[in-house]
Design a protein around this ligand. Structure first.
Ligand SMILES: [Fe+2]
Length: 201
């Protein structure tokens, strides 16, 4: 599990046990859908860079990185014939896929002492600044700060990765896309500093 700094991690023993359990669940996701697992790993690696650039306090950085790693955990519970479909989804299939933030968060809520901020990243990473996201339709500052960061990094990694139904965008195209969705999908104050950080990849 990636954290801000394994030597000086602020995770308590109980939190560490819960985090390791969640990590084990991610192993189930890896066996079910390797692409999604690798995406989660890349988002966590980018989150670590952002946490460093933003000089987040160590425990907040850990929560961001762990939350980003776990953000798509709920996809473990989406049936394979929907999750691994190579074509576009119909309404019912899309309804199921949209349940993954809530499913992941509800699973993690069963773990003792897992920081609430981690669960918020998982639950709210598909909320939008304009309130048109899911699962709860939160808007603006109602969306937890770390979830707003995850939303941007998540979208960036999705755009620069090949999908069965489309080719990957270039990094420049993905950055333009983040800027054009700034203030509607994403927090416009977070897009420029995150872009600045991603450019240093
Ligand atoms: Fe997601």
């Amino acid at each position: 599990m990636i954290t801000s700094n394994a030597q000086t991690s602020f995770l308590s023993t109980n939190t560490l046990v819960s985090t390791l359990t969640a990590d084990k669940w991610m192993g189930f996701l890896r066996n079910k859908d390797l692409d999604t697992y690798q995406h989660c790993l890349r988002v966590a690696i980018l989150a670590k860079k952002v946490a460093t650039d933003f000089r987040l306090a160590p425990h907040v950085a850990d929560n961001l990185i762990i939350g980003c790693f776990l953000h798509d955990l709920g996809k473990m519970m989406i049936p394979n014939d929907v999750l691994l479909l190579k074509e576009s989804l119909d309404y019912k299939q899309w309804f199921l896929v949209r349940m993954h933030p809530q499913l992941g968060a509800e699973l993690l809520e069963h773990l003792p002492n897992l920081d609430k901020e981690i669960i918020e990243v998982v639950r709210y990473h598909h909320e939008r600044w304009d309130g048109n996201g899911y699962p709860d339709g939160l808007s603006r500052e109602q969306i937890p700060f770390l979830a707003r960061i995850c939303a941007i990094i998540d979208a960036f990694d999705c755009m620069i990765t090949n999908r069965p139904y489309r080719d990957a965008m270039s990094i420049e195209e993905a950055m333009k896309e983040l800027i054009s969705n700034s203030g509607t999908q994403f927090d416009s104050r977070l897009v420029p500093p995150i872009l600045n950080c991603l450019q240093k990849r």
